[in-house]
Ligand binder design. Structure first.
Ligand SMILES: Cc1cc2nc3c(=O)[nH]c(=O)nc-3n(C[C@H](O)[C@H](O)[C@H](O)COP(=O)(O)OP(=O)(O)OC[C@H]3O[C@@H](n4cnc5c(N)ncnc54)[C@H](O)[C@@H]3O)c2cc1C
Length: 469
């Protein structure tokens, strides 16, 4: 039974590696090999790699649960509700899907097509073809501009997108990158891998990630407050004591790093702190509505955009995994402004917006509701990174070792899968491999691990540019 044997192996090796680690990792006792800060996708991936190599490690997490920005809630709606990541991009290559079949979770393909709402009706075939053709041209404009230099994506768009411009701005900017296209680097956009096939996990992507963390010991509710590298090795301060390690992998978000929540001594190199700023997190939130009785006749996992006249728009992911849960997705500058007004304002926006598109009756169908506010989560301070114009090079700078003892990992430290769980996972594995080589032993990284996954094709969209009426 592959599932049992693999899992037992992992659990055994983790237990072996970490059994003495907590005791041995305090400052008064011999250092452990690695301290991992943060138990999101990158931290979990790094821990599994280090455990499999039989090294001693301690993983600490500020929250009282693992998962970070990839977290499934089942209490609010009684069904799986991914509060963060939900789409499994490029499932054929995604490191998480490769591990899924062994864990009894159900991963299934996302529908390949989407709809577009124009006022109170759906777009007709010819209109969808126009939208698709313009999206392809917009993508091509960004790719061409990226070959000449690193400017804002907005500058690279064709100037004849007409009244589809706000829709294209939303799909390529806030919806795909969490930022308006004025704030996204053409080179970062061009390097990101094509994401036009997706899958979902019926039990939630956060559940999938949590299952991959099973058996890995994590010190929960233990934030790192300071990291000291002055005596060779690393001392990590937490409210419950100091952990001593030969090396550290830090996986907290770039916004948390930039906030100064963790004090580094000596100061981190300026080029690295500048890199965190260039890779700041965009804004992306789910406004989750339970729509009783499927009043809008949505299919399971149906994705609907609007043809808006301005940036106050959203997308709907309806009937998530066949449930009554509908996610209204808000992002970019508008999403940031909305989230700063609080959860009630977000839910009101979603209900009003749906009513504009489908009629007032929909409001009566709204039962339970919830809105995420990732910009206001102190352990993340945003959704996911997108490089500022001119800032794509910051991703490689972020991956540089500090004092040959400390490495950063996480979604921002990936050149082609930034902003994704898969990218965070690969980044964690890559940092672990580097640390293992530094400690002696460990495998050489493959080309894909050093540069990221294969380069993207000519089109990019979190939303596949295929539509149906
Ligand atoms: C709303 C939303 C939707 C998204 N949609 C998708 C999607 O559909 N598909 C996709 O692939 N990706 C998506 N993403 C992005 C994806 O969630 C992230 O790229 C990924 O989860 C990041 O993982 P990470 O390990 O790099 O960071 P994190 O998940 O942020 O992990 C870092 C961990 O560090 C912890 N931490 C913070 N400070 C400290 C401290 N001082 N000490 C100890 N621990 C600390 C945090 O609590 C956290 O658990 C989405 C994100 C959001 C917010």
């Amino acid at each position: 039974m592959p599932r049992l044997s693999r899992r037992s192996f992992l659990t055994a090796s983790v237990a072996l590696a970490s059994g003495p680690a907590f005791a041995a990792g305090t400052a008064a006792t011999p250092p452990v090999d690695v301290v991992i800060v943060g138990a999101g996708a990158a931290g979990v991936a790094a821990a599994r790699r280090i455990a499999a190599a039989g090294r001693k490690f301690v993983m600490i997490e500020a929250a009282d649960h693992v998962g970070g920005r990839c977290l499934t809630d089942t209490r609010i709606f009684g069904v799986a509700y991914d509060r963060g990541a939900h789409w499994i991009h490029t499932p054929d290559f995604n490191p998480l899907t490769k591990l899924t079949p062994r864990r009894g979770l159900q991963v299934y393909p996302a529908p390949a097509s989407q709809k577009v709402r124009i006022g109170r009706r759906y777009a007709r075939e010819g209109e969808l073809e126009d939208f698709l053709a313009l999206q392809v041209r917009a993508n091509r404009g960004i790719m061409d501009a990226a070959r000449k230099g690193d400017v804002a994506c907005a500058q690279a768009l064709p100037n004849d997108l007409g009244d589809w411009r706000p829709a294209i701005d939303f799909v390529l900017g806030p919806f795909s990158c969490g930022k308006d296209l004025t704030q996204v680097s053409t080179v970062d956009f061009a390097k990101s891998i094509e994401r036009n096939t997706d899958a979902f996990c019926r039990q939630g992507l956060g559940t999938l990630l949590a299952s991959l963390a099973e058996g890995i010991p994590v010190k929960l509710s233990t934030p790192a407050t300071a990291v000291d590298m002055r005596r060779g090795g690393v001392l990590v301060e937490t409210p419950s004591g100091t952990i001593s390690a030969h090396t550290a992998i830090i996986t907290v978000s770039t916004n948390v790093l930039a906030s100064g929540a963790i004090k580094f001594t000596p100061d981190l190199p300026k080029r690295q702190t500048e890199a965190f700023g260039k890779l700041s997190l965009g804004s992306y939130d789910h406004i989750a509505l339970e729509l009783a009785g499927n009043p809008l006749g949505f299919d399971s996992d149906e994705l609907v955009f609007e043809k808006p006249s301005n940036s106050r728009t959203a997308a709907i992911l309806a009937n998530v995994s066949g449930t009554q849960l509908c996610l209204v997705e808000v992002a970019g500058s508008f999403g940031r402004e909305l989230s700063s007004n609080g959860e009630a304002a977000m839910v009101n926006f979603a209900a009003d917006w749906l009513a504009e598109l489908y009629g007032n009756e929909v409001k009566k169908a709204v039962k339970r509701s919830h809105a995420t506010r990732w910009n206001h989560e102190p352990r993340m301070l945003g959704a996911f990174s997108a490089a500022a114009p001119g800032g794509q090079g910051a991703r490689r700078i972020m991956m540089e070792p500090v004092q040959n003892a400390l490495w950063f990992a996480g979604e921002a430290a990936h050149e082609t899968l930034w902003g994704t769980v898969g990218g965070a996972w690969e980044s964690g594995e890559r940092a672990a491999d580097t640390v293992l080589r530094r400690l002696g032993g460990g495998k050489e990284p493959t080309t894909a691990e050093t540069t990221g996954s294969p380069a993207r094709g000519p089109q990019r969209a979190r939303a596949a540019p295929r539509y149906q009426q």
